[in-house]
Write a protein that binds this ligand. Structure first.
Ligand code: PLP
Length: 399
């Protein structure tokens, strides 16, 4: 039975899956079972932040798995405590962390913290959470409801939990707050929604308004966190102090991990929340290695250099192919090209794969680029040579 047939027979198909069989990776290059190389501009949807086969990460994990992979959260876990400390040092926030296994789970934790805060801190129960249109917060029943996209709220999975509403933009949030509102949850750069950064001044104004009204600001940094925007957290870049921040994707460099961190350190107490796997030896060791590698690169201004290089390349492409692209969007290494039609978008992603370049879609009209933070100039150059070829295939087809 071929791999493709096996997958089709035994795996539930919730993804439109490509059947290239990757067997090895090195930096931002992947190799398939035929030995062909692919440039990886997607890093597993923003996960492989230190690239593939990163020697520091591999060594840290190899050493750890020889000792302990997992015990449980009933015992203290040394790398977990160390990672929590490192997250606070690098972010500069005076918070505590709870460890989970994914972005959705981190967001669930954030909503639970907000809800308990709303229950115990006020005379009237506050439980409502406001989010934004085009947001994406996860696939569990609650985080799918928090996701501000109607298409996700089908009757197939209803009823959804109460207390979630979403607004089309930040300005509209102010009027939708009532005396049962406990939190506003936003991404600072909407990833799945089209790589759209919000205006810094607008976000800062919202943050100070919420603080004054004692409404919690939850920033979903599942995609923007861990140097993706150029700073350790996008919240650092926006110079705000959220009440709750969630992380996942890039933190584990490929090992599943999720974090909810909050300055309301004592809201959750024993028995309120838990996770069998959350922050175990394997994932915390991965997280520690990743943040240590990337914080060194940040200190040496290497991340900034990579961002500028990638940005220039994208701007050139947008200009050169203005027949296809409206503009280059995004921030840091979270980038997109706004495409003039959704058909064109599908073709570009497909042709890129044909040219052995992995890029992503965001929304209906954006080619998305989420390269590893450690991507080299050579890999960027090669990726864009392949991207040009993918674009020229469209020319040939339409001429
Ligand atoms: N939040 C944001 C901003 C995301 O981009 C994602 C995933 O794309 C999630 C939450 C959900 O994360 P996970 O798929 O790890 O549950």
């Amino acid at each position: 039975m071929s791999l493709e047939n096996m997958d089709k027979e035994y795996v539930i198909h919730t993804y439109g899956r490509d059947y290239t069989n990757f067997v090895r990776g090195d930096g931002s290059t992947l190799f398939d079972d035929k030995g062909d190389d692919y440039i990886d501009f997607a890093s597993g949807i923003g996960v492989n932040s230190v690239g593939h086969n990163n020697s520091d990460l591999v060594n840290a994990l190899s050493n750890q798995v020889k000792n302990i992979i997992h015990i449980s959260n009933l015992q203290v876990i040394e790398p977990q405590a160390k990672l929590a400390k490192r997250l606070m040092e690098l972010s500069g926030y005076d918070m505590r962390a709870f460890f989970a296994n994914s972005g959705a789970e981190a967001n669930e934790g954030a909503i639970k913290i907000a809800r308990k805060y709303g229950q115990i801190k006020f005379d009237n129960k506050k439980y409502k959470v406001i989010t934004l249109e085009h947001s994406f917060h996860g696939r569990t029943i609650t985080t799918v409801k928090a996701t501000g996209q109607d298409s996700f709220h089908t009757d197939n999975f209803s009823p959804y939990p109460d207390g979630f509403s979403y607004e089309s933009n930040i300005e509209k949030i102010y009027n939708s707050i009532d005396d049962e509102t406990i939190a506003v949850m936003i991404e600072l750069v909407q990833g799945e929604g089209g790589v759209e950064p919000f205006d810094k001044a607008e976000v800062q104004k919202l943050a100070s308004f919420l603080k004054e009204k004692e409404i919690l600001l939850i920033v979903d940094e599942v995609q923007t966190g861990i140097y993706r925007t150029g700073e350790f957290l996008a919240s650092n870049l926006y110079e705000i102090e959220p009440d709750i921040i969630t992380l996942a994707k890039g933190l584990g460099g490929g090992v599943p991990i999720g974090v909810v961190m909050t300055k309301h350190k004592d809201i959750l107490t024993a028995g309120d929340h838990g996770s069998t796997f959350g922050g175990n030896y394997l994932s915390s060791t991965a997280g520690l290695s990743v943040v240590n590698t990337l914080s060194k690169l940040y200190k040496d201004a290497k991340i900034k250099e990579t961002i500028l290089y990638f940005e220039e390349k994208l701007k050139d492409i947008a200009l050169k192919h203005s027949d296809k692209f409206e503009k280059s969007v995004g921030i840091g290494l979270m980038r997109g090209l706004r495409v003039k039609s959704s058909e064109l978008l599908t073709q570009i992603v497909k042709n890129s794969m044909q040219e052995r370049l992995i890029v992503l879609k965001a929304g209906r009209n954006t080619v998305r680029f989420l390269p590893s933070i450690t991507i080299t100039k050579d890999e960027i150059n090669e990726g864009f040579v392949r991207f040009e070829k993918a674009l020229s295939l469209i020319l040939k087809k339409t001429s």
